[in-house]
Design a protein around this ligand. Structure first.
Ligand code: SF4
Length: 245
């Protein structure tokens, strides 16, 4: 049984290059103040309902238009039955997992069944607590570091992602340190997305401005300089997706 917020049938943006169904699983061990999935993270009963793994698998199998499936959240690896879901979906469609990297033991179990993994790099490790809303983050950082080691030794396709949030991770020094984390995971792609002040977990972030396009482009250029062999991409409200060359 899984806590499920819903399934989006035909997404063109969640799995690179593929039309996919997106499964939103509820609950998260992080409390990122800038998160805009408040109801999903807090397992709000108005949004999250219990669903059998087999029900979800059947709905996916009946969707003949999709080439891929994305399992996202919240934090999908927090729920025990996510492993069963992955086992039952593997090989049927291309399978992508979005995770915050804090469950390395589970990641290790499932990584061989996945085609694509997208991992959050929240902030430089010494600022992780600020980014995920807790002062008690040393164990979490160790878990994220273990996930990076697991990823590096896997040949699954991998993308690292960072939401750029003013005051948390928007300086050049922050980007230098986050690029070190990206290197440690052996990623093929690094995506920087602009924070958007909508439906934030911490309501005070609703009054904060998004980082400017100029800041996003500058950070993207810094990342590209430090990670010349991987694809670096930024996304902004103003211009959508831009590859950094
Ligand atoms: S942004 Fe943070 S709180 Fe929101 S789902 Fe991702 S890890 Fe959880």
């Amino acid at each position: 049984m899984l806590d499920l917020a819903g399934i989006v049938d035909n997404s063109t943006i969640d799995y690179p290059g593929k039309i996919s169904a997106v499964i939103y699983l509820c609950g998260c061990d992080f409390r990122c103040p800038f998160c805009h999935n408040r109801e999903v993270v807090l397992n709000d009963p108005m949004v999250c309902k219990k669903a059998e793994v087999d029900e979800i698998v059947e709905e996916i199998n009946n969707n003949f238009l999709i080439e891929g499936v994305v399992i996202t959240g919240g934090e999908p690896l927090m729920q025990a039955d996510t492993v069963e879901l992955i086992i039952k979906l593997k090989g049927v469609k291309k399978l992508k997992l979005d995770t915050n990297a804090s469950f390395p033991n589970v990641l290790e179990k499932v990584i061989g069944m996945l085609d694509f993994v997208a991992i959050d790099v929240k902030a430089p490790y010494d600022k992780y607590g600020l980014a995920i809303g807790t002062s008690n983050f040393s164990e979490i950082v160790k878990n994220v570091q273990r996930s990076m080691v697991i990823l590096k030794s896997s040949d699954v396709s991998k993308e690292a992602r960072t939401t750029i949030v003013p005051g948390i991770n928007d300086s050049e020094e922050d980007m230098v340190q986050m690029c070190d984390i990206v290197k440690s995971g052996g990623f093929e792609m690094y995506s920087l997305q602009q924070f958007r002040p909508a439906n934030t977990l911490d309501p005070s972030y609703g009054d904060m401005k998004s980082p400017s396009v100029e800041i996003m482009r500058k950070l993207g250029q810094t990342a590209k300089k430090l990670l010349p062999t991987i694809k670096v991409r930024i996304s902004t409200i103003e211009h959508g997706f831009e590859d950094v060359l």
